[in-house]
Design a protein around this ligand. Structure first.
Ligand SMILES: [Zn+2]
Length: 73
């Protein structure tokens, strides 16, 4: 089981490293994107199958769907 625990730790480390590199802040129409629920300013980006991108709030996980990717701030 030590192997599995080690793998989880490695994944956690990799996720943390990715978060450290990418602040996850965006601007749409020149306005900083903020979460309508918790007013967070950091998002994780993923493609949306209907086109554009999803930005998932890193604090509360609310998802915003943009038809065109906002600029990275
Ligand atoms: Zn939020």
């Amino acid at each position: 089981m030590a192997g599995i625990t080690g793998t989880f730790k490695a994944v956690k480390r990799a996720l943390k490293a990715a978060t450290d590199i990418n602040p996850g802040e965006y601007r749409a129409a020149g306005i900083p994107v903020s979460c309508p629920h918790c007013h967070g300013k950091a998002f994780n980006e993923s493609p949306n199958l209907g086109g554009g991108v999803n930005l998932a709030c890193r604090k509360c996980h609310f998802v915003l769907w943009f038809a065109k990717k906002p600029d990275e701030a």
